[in-house]
Design a protein around this ligand. Structure first.
Ligand code: ZN
Length: 333
């Protein structure tokens, strides 16, 4: 029998197992075929739709969180001192004093990980660090939070925004990653890599933009997880057809090695969303349905105990390294 599909990550041609997923964010329920590579484990859409833009309607980007952390110059200065202690272990005494006057904001977005921990893991050394956020839309919450913390070299890139954005000290270019220039200490892809058709080219482009000791952080859904094993095509993170790739730990490692990167740390950062979203799909409730819990926490499709149970599950899978979302930290080899 002829092999049915060739894996776009490791090149293995075989009769890989097939899966059919449905569009459930907007609830069109259109079906899309995927296969999971027998060799590297990457789940991938069989045919990349020619009209991908159709699946990102105007409402899509407004669903992603943006913010304007406008803050007074004095508050900004005090916060910078507090974060200096939290990230770089410097200014301890001043921090103790300032703690009486100014509270640290909780800046984690869509993750259980505090930003300070992410920056420590990425080895960010001081406030001169240069950041690039890939696929961030026209407003990057990540970059806005870094600005609040005191960082100033903040750049984003997204080919699908209307035009370049210069706002609040942050510049976001309407560009593909392979069109970007410059060099950066921390390049982030927060849930954007899985939307990009050519995975290797995206990572190679990111590597080209790294400073010698720079780090690439990829935050992404992964199939090496309880959620995929348990929910399969009802797993909320499969998100057909926008998520073209649902990597395994092995396939992430492979793509990095092929691109001249070394994986040095992986941290799972699942939230209860992974569970209640998948439970919604099991009950045929799209994410943006009127009765969706995701859209409105007042919608009581789950009991308080069920939601607490989902939070507990998220903590458990994170601890066990079995979460459906992970942060992969890479350095150049
Ligand atoms: Zn493969």
């Amino acid at each position: 029998m002829l092999p049915s599909h060739t894996c776009r990550i490791c090149g293995t041609a075989d009769n890989h197992p097939n899966f059919v997923g449905r569009e459930m964010m907007f609830g069109t329920r259109e079906e899309f075929e995927y296969f999971q590579c027998k060799c590297c484990g990457c789940l991938q859409i069989k045919d990349i739709p020619q009209d991908l833009g159709r699946f990102y309607p105007p409402g899509y980007y407004s669903l992603t969180v943006t913010n304007n952390n406008r803050t007074s110059p004095l508050r900004a200065l005090l916060l910078k001192h507090r974060f200096k202690n939290a990230i770089f272990d410097r200014g301890y005494k001043l921090n103790q004093f300032l703690a009486n006057f100014i509270k640290m904001p909780d800046l984690r977005v869509d993750t259980v990980l505090p930003v300070e921990k992410v920056l420590r893991e990425a080895g960010v050394a001081d406030f001169s660090a240069r950041f690039l956020d890939i696929g961030c839309g026209s407003g990057s919450r990540w970059l806005a939070d870094l600005r609040t913390m005191g960082f100033r070299h903040l750049t984003g890139a997204d080919p699908f925004i209307k035009s370049d954005v210069h706002r609040d000290g942050i510049t976001i270019y309407k560009r593909h990653i392979d069109e970007m220039t410059g060099s950066f200490d921390l390049i982030t892809l927060h849930h954007s890599l899985e939307h990009i058709p050519d995975q290797e080219s995206a990572i190679v482009s990111a590597r080209r933009l790294l400073t010698p000791n720079g780090v690439i952080l990829v935050r992404i859904p992964i199939v090496s997880s309880y959620a995929w094993r348990h929910y399969a095509t009802n797993w909320v993170e499969m998100d057909p057809p926008r998520h073209l790739y649902l990597h395994s730990r092995e396939s992430m490692q492979l793509i990095a090695e092929k691109s001249g990167l070394k994986l040095y740390s992986t941290i799972c950062d699942s939230l209860e969303f992974e569970f209640y979203g998948s439970e919604q799909y099991l009950r045929d409730i799209p994410l943006t349905a009127n009765n969706s819990y995701w859209l409105n926490k007042e919608n009581k499709i789950f009991t308080h105990d069920e939601i607490e149970g989902f939070k507990k599950m998220a903590r458990k899978v994170n601890e066990q390294g079995d979460g459906g979302r992970a942060c992969f930290f890479f350095r150049a080899t």
